[in-house]
Design a protein around this ligand. Sequence first.
Ligand SMILES: NC(=O)C1=CN([C@@H]2O[C@H](COP(=O)(O)OP(=O)(O)OC[C@H]3O[C@@H](n4cnc5c(N)ncnc54)[C@H](O)[C@@H]3O)[C@@H](O)[C@H]2O)[C@@H](O)CC1
Ligand SMILES: Nc1ncnc2c1ncn2[C@@H]1O[C@H](COP(=O)(O)OP(=O)(O)O)[C@@H](O)[C@H]1O
Ligand SMILES: [K+]
Length: 507
Amino acid sequence: MKILTAAQTRQADAATLQAEGITSAELMERAATAFCEWLLNRLPLPGQRPIYIFCGPGNNGGDGLAVARQLHEAGYQPQVWGLPAARPSADFTLNRRRLPTEVPYQEVDAKKLPPLPAHALVIDALFGTGLSRPLTGAAATLVQHLNQSGAAIVAVDLPSGLFADAPQSPDSPVVRAHHTVSFELPKLAFLLPQNAEFVGEWEVLPIHLDSAFIHNTSVDNYFVDDNVIRGRLPARSKFSHKGTFGHVLLLAGSRGKIGASVLAARACLRGGVGLLTVRIPAVGYHIMQTSAPEAMTLADPATDFVTELPDLKPYAAIGIGPGLGQEHATCEVLRQLLRKANVPLVLDADALNLLGANPGLLPLLPRESLLTPHPKEFERLVGKPARDDYHRLEQLRTFAREYKCYCVLKGAYTTLAAPDGTLYFNSTGNPGMATGGSGDVLTGLLLALRADKRLSPLDAALLGLYAHGRAGDRAAQQTGEAGLVAGDLVRFIGPVLQELTATPPRL
Ligand SMILES: NC(=O)C1=CN([C@@H]2O[C@H](COP(=O)(O)OP(=O)(O)OC[C@H]3O[C@@H](n4cnc5c(N)ncnc54)[C@H](O)[C@@H]3O)[C@@H](O)[C@H]2O)[C@@H](O)CC1
Ligand SMILES: Nc1ncnc2c1ncn2[C@@H]1O[C@H](COP(=O)(O)OP(=O)(O)O)[C@@H](O)[C@H]1O
Ligand SMILES: [K+]
């Protein structure tokens, strides 16, 4: 799914009006109908919960007025409050006229704001994508009042005060919505940790914006959902053999962190690799042979950490990092690997920390390497903290462009940057995955997929991230989020990959 900017959303509206020959009021009605349908599925019967709708002067306010009319038609008694404005939008004015006289409408007086009982439902239709500056004056006072009320807040399109795709200054007031119900495509603002307290749970409802316009509009950011991924993994041909899926090498583990290499190895095996060889320090030999007997174990001459790079000839892809440690000798192994490797590389954890500590190694990164830092590792990699989440995304884009690599920023909505700077936001996963070792599982899975020659580097990365999160979602259904441990993810990799595999066309 494409993520449009606020400006592109306006263009999509205009293109839809033109393509369908409808008025902007008709499109607004469509949005309001979709919103009401969503809301009516969740509301108690009329009369049980007071509904307050707060409308701004633009089309977001117009949506709010149309919602008020439709709720009234459905038997509810909403009360509507409008922000005083010199020049309301045409569709606001039209919907103001259409509001039945039985629906009370009052102008907001910042000195006498309506008391809001905590059991009320507040619909925030003050500002949407047309927000042009931080809220001040009556709008700011009203937003603070809404936030302090304790009432449940549902925002139309965007929580008022939040920009769709740019940071706002930390002290500018923004509605803290419990739900944000938006239209057609997700907004960048929904995907960033710094906005979570404003956006709450979010939902995107289809309003059938012009698909040709969306198709032809180029964007910097994509949201990766099931529709994007399903069928990307080709089915296995009947005559495939273990060579078809590649022999990979995993360099991982150090004393006390052999578990990381085991988790990555198991995930790699479940990710469908043909053959796996693991290079671990000698201390891990028995552990690995026992816990992942399907993997071949190549013990390092050193007991506690990896000190020698094995011959790279046999391997179709190489992963390095989980539990590796940051010893000097291990850093030299990484340096040699970067120099010699001519197959896809996956770098994680301590391999990234070593890159961060030795920035001279960065120019050695082979093209199309796949790096999987979490935000702290990413900060070490780029050497400076981000001002905010938007800035971090720009750092990610720049990094991927500069080193012609695929770089994954892990977290909720894990973000993949491609070498051309395009960002892909993953939609699966849950907070239960914030547990030691889930990243090691991701590395193993990505390594298996990078070795599969049938997949492009982009498809391998997108598929791996999506499947990893989905395995986490499936695991959490059984264990609960708190009870989830990284090993649980491994069990679901197989079933999830099966679900995402392309099915042959029916006769
Ligand atoms: N494709 C879509 O997503 C659709 C969007 N519609 C709605 O239209 C909205 C966008 O409407 P508009 O472009 O009219 O924009 P808004 O309604 O978000 O706000 C624009 C109005 O607010 C004023 N304003 C902006 N920032 C302000 C500030 N800080 N303080 C005070 N006033 C401020 C502007 O001068 C203008 O009057 C969307 O958010 C959505 O709710 C729907 O009606 C139709 C379809
Ligand atoms: N709140 C969350 N929602 C979705 N996924 C998450 C969340 N927290 C963590 N994850 C996922 O779990 C993994 C954690 O990786 P990482 O931080 O490297 O852990 P570790 O180093 O312990 O293996 C990442 O893939 C990340 O995207
Ligand atoms: K709003």
